[in-house]
Design a protein around this ligand. Structure first.
Ligand code: IPM
Ligand code: MG
Length: 357
């Protein structure tokens, strides 16, 4: 198969982890005889520094021409705690989501048996957790207008907006995934307070009727936040709006023990983007110590979701699991054993893939 991807390393540890994930992608393409072409482009703080725009037009064009985008991370401390900064790296990410029409962010949360003891939750609570959080990504309070400040500067406001169409397409996507999984959808909202949430519920109730095999439950977001840590294995597919999803996915990400393990896929209208869910970890930038597994697992999602190549994705997952078993891991999950470098973990996984039968 011909695969044409855009590679956006971004800031902080982004370049190191993306380099490793790209090596893994190349190895899989070699193994399975796929023809890979790729172009690198700037995004985030490095793009502001280079051209004054966190999501330059050139980067957008490269993404639009690609079948999939492999993304690292963005963010730089020099822009944090500076509310007066005119352009921020995060605007690049939000601009990219909007312009590429990436309306669904999919974050699978499953456990690696070998790492379960790293979870802040008790082992018996975590065991069996295998959920998929589907977060709406281009609407809600992140993008609603008006947004701003009063003239005297003493009042500020954001607006949460959802159209029926925006809710419909993401809820349908959630049911599609549930049909391939354990056939349960939890719609998370705040319908006891918010008008947008009441419409979410109304639309979801209509769609639920089309999927009688799927069990549907509605849950307020505060309750969902609690149940996620109390009984995470009860969830199959969670679907929710942008801001609730932002918060719940960070919460869900630590259940498994390490933020450095979780991949994500953002899908939508023009292309799809695959990225680790962790940030740019600036303190570790350039040190070759960051855990590359979330980005490598994002490459696995890329093979599966963007190219429908399931065997390729499965081999990457197998290689990652084998590297953990062999103790070839970075310091965050080394648990007293030897800690390996980002590049060493990458090389081990590449070798595993190339030499697998
Ligand atoms: C995420 C991040 C972003 C978000 C930030 C960096 C704008 O937290 O991808 O979850 O809030 O969506
Ligand atoms: Mg977030």
């Amino acid at each position: 198969m011909k695969m044409n991807i855009a590679v956006l390393p971004g800031d902080g540890i982004g370049p190191e982890i993306v380099e490793v994930a790209l090596d893994v992608t190349k190895a899989v393409c070699k193994k399975f005889n796929h023809e890979l072409t790729y172009k690198k482009a700037l995004v985030g703080a490095c793009a502001i520094d280079a051209v004054g725009n966190p999501y330059p037009d050139e980067t957008h064009e490269i993404c639009m021409e690609s079948d999939a985008v492999l993304f690292g991370a963005i963010g730089d401390p020099k822009y944090d705690n500076n509310p007066k900064a005119k352009v921020r790296p995060e605007q690049g990410l939000l601009g990219m989501r909007k312009k590429l029409g990436l309306y669904a962010n999919i974050r699978p949360v499953s456990t690696f048996r070998q790492l379960i003891h790293k979870s802040p939750l008790r082992q018996d609570v975590v065991e069996g957790t295998d959920l998929m959080c589907i977060r709406e990504l281009t609407g809600g309070i992140y993008f609603g207008r008006p947004q701003g400040r009063s003239e005297d500067g003493n009042v500020s406001y954001d607006t949460c907006v959802y159209s029926r169409e925006e809710i419909d397409r993401i809820v349908r996507l959630a049911y599609g995934y549930a049909m391939q999984r354990r056939k349960k959808v939890t719609v998370v909202d705040k319908a006891n307070v918010l008008c947008t949430s009441r419409m979410w519920r109304e639309v979801a109730q209509e769609i639920a009727k089309e999927f009688p095999e799927v069990e549907t439950e509605f849950m307020f977001v505060d309750n969902a936040a609690m149940q996620l840590v109390q009984w995470p294995s009860r969830f199959d597919v969670i679907v929710t709006e942008n801001m609730f999803g932002d918060i719940l996915t960070d919460e869900a990400s630590v259940i498994t023990g390490s933020l450095g393990m979780l991949p994500s896929a953002s899908v939508g209208l023009h292309t799809s983007v695959f990225e680790p869910i962790h940030g740019s970890y600036p303190q570790a930038a350039g040190k070759d110590i960051a855990n590359p597994l979330a980005t490598i697992l994002s490459a696995a999602l890329m093979f599966e979701y963007a190219f429908k190549l399931t065997e390729e994705g499965a081999l990457i997952r197998k290689a990652v699991s084998a590297s953990i078993d062999a103790g070839i891991v970075t310091e965050d999950i080394a648990q007293g054993g030897k800690a390996y470098r980002t590049s060493e973990v990458g090389k081990w996984i590449v070798d595993y893939i190339l030499s697998s039968k």
